[in-house]
Write a protein that binds this ligand. Structure first.
Ligand code: 13P
Ligand code: SF4
Length: 304
């Protein structure tokens, strides 16, 4: 079967079985083409509200599927590949978070959406890369324990100097690969390009950026900009998606190493198999789901 034939078969099955397909922007381009909703983690978390389909297929990583299930328990939520996880989310165990909360008893816990349901259940508010600064700025509390990404946390701390931040020493192993040398090299190679980066990157990278934002933020900025060349400081699939969407512009990866293999696990074949009954259905204990929903609801309320 060709890629096009497989895509057509997926579109037919999806309609026949009433499945809503969500795909994070880091997924392969051919997956984005068959999805109903694509975008950053905030967009995907809120996309299911009002959807008529009973089954939701998440092409992304585990915490994204869990977040959908937490917000929409009445839906059957399927994760496209059971091994698609986020190493940053898995790094912060409930035990490690408990120890930090004991160390900073007066701080509110702000959890990046890239966390397990158990960690969310122990947190006061969730944030995504697109909502973090806005959500935290609207919190009345001044002292914040930000977990697990110290780069996103550091970016928030810089934007909100009136607050006191404490961090967990964690981060995205992919975004952490990009450093000062990559910025120097890419800017020397492409002197007319703007540098657009994700806040999961190190401060050495974000401080040189022309724009800092979520995956959707980076894509929207590049599409609307009148400039013609861009260095992309996030997962390299974004370079490919933008090149398709804006053929008259040029996009360069900040580093060839920015590849999230967890996101690449999902193929068209995985999606096809899920539509025939495969994939992993997300099942959450109801008390855990309710506890994890509280900080997500707070994020949506404050993030608007
Ligand atoms: P976004 O919130 O920008 O989608 O980021 C999620 C993520 O996993 C980035 O590595
Ligand atoms: Fe997790 Fe990083 Fe992959 Fe995003 S890019 S899913 S933070 S490992």
């Amino acid at each position: 079967m060709t890629i096009r034939e497989l895509q057509n078969e997926i579109l037919r099955l999806k309609k026949e079985k009433g499945v809503l397909i969500l795909a994070h922007s880091y997924e392969r381009h051919e997956i984005l083409e068959i999805a109903d909703v694509t975008g950053d983690s905030y967009r995907l978390a809120t996309a299911v509200k009002g959807a008529k389909e009973q089954t939701v297929l998440m092409c992304g990583v585990r915490f994204m599927a869990e977040t959908v299930k937490i917000l929409a328990p009445e839906k059957r939520v399927i994760l496209s590949e059971k091994d698609a996880g986020c190493p940053m989310a898995d790094e912060l165990t409930p035990e490690l978070l408990k120890a930090l909360q004991e160390k900073y008893p007066n701080a509110v816990t702000a959890a990046y959406i890239n966390t397990t349901a158990k960690v969310k259940a122990m947190s006061d508010v969730c944030v995504t890369s697109s909502s973090a600064v806005k959500v935290l700025s609207r919190l009345p509390e001044k002292e914040i324990l930000f977990v697990p990404d110290c780069n996103l946390g550091g970016y928030c701390a810089k934007s909100l100097p009136e607050k006191t931040f404490h961090f967990f020493d964690g981060g995205c192993p992919i975004h952490m690969k990009a450093g000062r040398r990559d910025v120097q090299w890419a800017k020397a190679e492409h002197p007319n390009a703007l540098l657009l980066v994700h806040p999961e990157c190190d401060d050495e990278v974000t401080k040189s950026a022309d724009y800092i934002g979520s995956t959707s933020g980076i894509m929207d900025f590049a599409k609307k900009s009148e400039r013609k060349e861009f260095i992309i400081g996030t997962e390299n699939s974004i370079v490919e998606h933008l090149q398709y969407e804006c053929p008259e512009k040029k996009f360069y990866p900040l580093s060839k190493g920015l590849v999230c293999l967890n996101m690449r696990l999902t193929t068209l074949k995985s999606v096809y198999d899920c539509l025939l009954g495969g994939g992993e259905e997300i099942v959450l204990d109801e008390s855990l789901r309710l506890a994890a929903k509280r900080p997500i609801d707070k994020m949506i309320e404050l993030g608007g």
